[in-house]
Design a binder for this molecule. Sequence first.
Ligand code: HEC
Length: 163
Amino acid sequence: MINKRLLILTGVCLVVGVLAYFSFRTTAVDELKVPDVVSYNYDVRPILSDKCFSCHGPDPKKREAGLRLDIESEAYKALQDHPTKRGIVPGKPELSEVFQRITTNDSSLVMPVASSKLPRLSENEVAIIKKWIEQGAKYEPHWAFTVPKKSTLPAVSDDLAKK
Ligand code: HEC
């Protein structure tokens, strides 16, 4: 009998230990990775492109609520359906409807819309969007449209070739 109890006790301890180990480990792994200066092109656009642009992007036929989030002036302006609010208020995530909609616990308001089956933004993605808005929500031109900078060629000598 005692042996059986001891066995159960050891088993419980083991399970608790393993659980504790993994929960500590994931908190360490889950530490948020948010750059000091958030870049629209590198950090923000990939998130919006995956989770928002299908309904708030360039395609007018698929656009919902008349809201475009891929163009600065459109994202900043008063919302068509709620003109007292704006999609993005630079510097003020708490006033930005975009931030409200990605952080709300109300499933009828959360974005991406529940019916889309798209996953919610991760904690890290939310932190990136928040910091980007706090830092002024600056959009950057798509890399494909930026003029490549001419770099000066390094001075070379052909001494080696002559040897
Ligand atoms: C599958 C389509 C779909 C996707 C993807 C989607 N939305 Fe929406 N969005 C809608 C629809 C439909 C509405 C209008 C209904 C509503 O306000 O809930 C809406 C409304 C909104 C509004 C409010 C507009 C207003 O006038 O009040 C905001 C802000 C918004 N979306 C932001 C986002 C953000 C940010 C993402 C990505 C994280 C996103 N949406 C992804 C369909 C989508």
